[in-house]
Design a protein around this ligand. Structure first.
Ligand code: NDP
Ligand code: OAA
Length: 261
């Protein structure tokens, strides 16, 4: 795989280290890097032996076959379709871009016409396999996620002394208000009942140091209760380490003949 990376932040730099330095994707290399600030892309690219681009068209035509997006929901919306239209596969971190049903339809249409794929890694959560199986015969009745993070991981009052509920409502509204914090709700929505029927609660809690997600679901299959206590990444406490690992795992699984789950 000849990989291109959009976004040189936390997840991006983790992948460059894991793939280009540590060799954790034996058949792949990140050869091209794009960020909105060309000087940042140039500095990171030099460090990891890749080439940097400040122009998206040159980036897309740099000999890559797969693009990893690790930027923002806005960047994913802006560049996602373009990546696919250029005949390149896409792996998305900012899954909030897929909250919009019309956008998802366009993505599916381009994927079919260009024979490319878009992969949505499980990110900082799990249980997607259960939701997908549970809804196979329309037997999934409810899905909710309660996210509890320290104030430093949220756009919250940083001097909070007690926990505070910042949001309660559907995933479709949550991602509009917290595009950097609740991508997990959209991947759950896509596996389960959709963004309007997936309930979200976001709590800022000064008494926790981890990013905790509690997923609950019920249906004809039974009930699900899954709690994940995520270690934050050192350089960006908003992002859980598992989210970065899930992108690496998606790359490692890409094209494997035995698919698990
Ligand atoms: N699916 C999931 O479970 C999870 C998803 N995420 C999402 O993954 C994404 C990446 O996370 P993370 O690496 O921690 O974020 P960071 O903020 O650490 O890095 C984002 C990078 O993207 C760059 N960027 C921003 N806008 C653009 C643009 N328009 N074009 C190109 N590059 C751009 C930023 O550049 P600059 O320095 O100029 O701002 C920065 O280098 C985020 O959207 C985050 O919300 C995170 C955690 C979990
Ligand atoms: O990393 C996490 O715990 C979740 C997150 O930021 C997101 O879903 O956007």
């Amino acid at each position: 795989m000849k990989l291109g990376l959009i976004g040189c932040g936390n997840i991006g730099e983790f992948l460059l280290q894991a793939i280009n330095i540590d060799g954790l994707l034996p058949e792949g290399e990140i050869i091209s890097v794009f960020s909105r600030r060309e000087e940042v892309a140039a500095r990171i690219a030099q460090k990891f032996d890749a080439k940097s681009y400040g122009d998206i068209d040159s980036f897309l035509n740099s000999g890559i076959d797969t693009v990893i997006e690790a930027a923002t929901v806005e960047a994913a919306q802006e560049y996602g379709l373009k990546v696919l239209e250029n005949g390149l596969d896409l792996i998305l971190s900012s899954i909030g871009a897929m909250a919009d049903g019309e956008y998802v339809e366009k993505v599916q249409k381009v994927c079919r016409s260009k024979n490319v794929t878009i992969s949505l890694p499980s990110g900082a959560v799990g249980g997607l396999d259960i939701l997908k199986s549970a809804k196979a015969m329309d037997g999934l009745d409810s899905v909710s996620i309660t996210t509890r993070k320290p104030p430093t991981a949220l756009p919250a009052d940083q001097t909070l002394e007690e926990e505070r509920i910042l949001f309660e409502g559907p995933a479709s509204e949550a991602i509009k208000k917290f595009p950097r914090n609740i991508n997990v709700a959209i991947v759950l929505s896509l596996a389960g009942l959709g963004p309007d029927k997936t309930s979200v609660k976001i709590i800022a809690d000064p008494n926790v140091s981890k990013n905790i997600h509690l997923i609950e679901a019920a249906g004809s299959f039974g009930t699900l209760k899954l709690e994940i206590e995520n270690n934050p990444m050192p350089n960006n406490p908003k992002t859980s380490f598992l989210a970065a690992l899930s992108v690496l795992a998606a790359l490692q699984n890409k094209g494997q003949s035995v698919q698990v789950g």
